[in-house]
Design a protein around this ligand. Sequence first.
Ligand code: FSX
Ligand code: SF4
Ligand code: F3S
Length: 382
Amino acid sequence: MEHQELYGKIAQRLDSLAKFPKIKEERSINELMQENGISRRDFMKWAAGMTAMLSLPATFTPLMAQAAELTDRLPVIWLHMAECTGCSESLLRTDAPTIDSLIFDHISLEYHETVMAAAGWQAEHNLEDAIKKYKGKYILMVEGGIPAGSSEFYLTVGPHGKKGAEHARDAAADAAAIFAIGTCSSFGGIQAAHPNPTNAKPLSKITNKPVINVPGCPPSEKNIVGNVLHYIFFGTLPSLDVYNRPKWAYGLRIHDLCERRGHFDAGEFVQQFGDEGAKKGYCLYKVGCKGPYTFNNCSRERFNQHTSWPVQAGHGCIGCSEPDFWDTMGTFEEPLGDRLYNTLYSVGADATADKVGVAILTVTAVGIAAHAAILAFKKDRA
Ligand code: FSX
Ligand code: SF4
Ligand code: F3S
């Protein structure tokens, strides 16, 4: 579709959304920004960044600002399952409110156990009420893995003793769009790590409806808010990868845009934490960085309003946005290539693993490990 045609379509969609009544009669986003010392200029800069992040032309920036202003027309229900609440914290817990967290404040958050005042009967009533009132119109965001089957009772909550899986299934049934927020909800996460004692499952195994996965342990605030804005813009599912992750966020590897990549290519590696290479910002591959196998945009977007991200802080990526990373990406501070070298000829012995995936990963890992070894060798001889 031509840019102009797309621009027209989105503008039309936003105009019709603007005619919907505001769900909360509270301050406008502009007032909220002003109160928190954020200038219009900063807001437009943010809108430009968000537009680029969603891979849209820069001319769409005013539409992005308009979409952010309209987030109060969109009811959101956020459920907690088995997790650490890190996903909510990623979005909300900053020393000064970020534009992303203010937008989340502005969204009509109908139900969110961490931030709402209600408890017990009242909370359960609010949830049922929101599901009925906004039937077919609300966005459902679910954080956490979900104990399933005969293990459902592990997550029994509320005065009616409803199971987590029941809550998730009921809320999913009437949602307009469903997002699994975080690796736990997307893939099971730490709860599902071997031997998965509570039989924790991803949201997509609990409901038959399409689920967009937004993994990361936790995902960045930008990826959470970006998905809401994408939905406001298009009202459809984004283009997804094989793991149902939006390609605009998870289309590239951490390694592809890493600031230490030049050092990787030059064979300059940190050999152990705290050494000279670490001080010089060398590549962290040899101390376990899993950036070459991990699809996410941390190296481009960073966290906390572009402040930093794991590799910038000096630790390798641990692959937190990949399925089963707790089991497949360890040992976290050793290269994956080392382990796979040893298991190269015994891949077939792992009866439960996705053999094709392991084989591909093995070849990739060996290639990357070989690259690291050869370059380090050349470097030593230089
Ligand atoms: Fe925690 Fe969210 Fe990790 Fe999971 O994040 S940061 S354990 S992805 O579900 O709270
Ligand atoms: Fe960056 Fe890690 Fe790749 Fe090195 S291995 S360039 S630290 S992502
Ligand atoms: Fe996770 Fe790696 Fe990003 S550990 S936060 S995907 S850098």
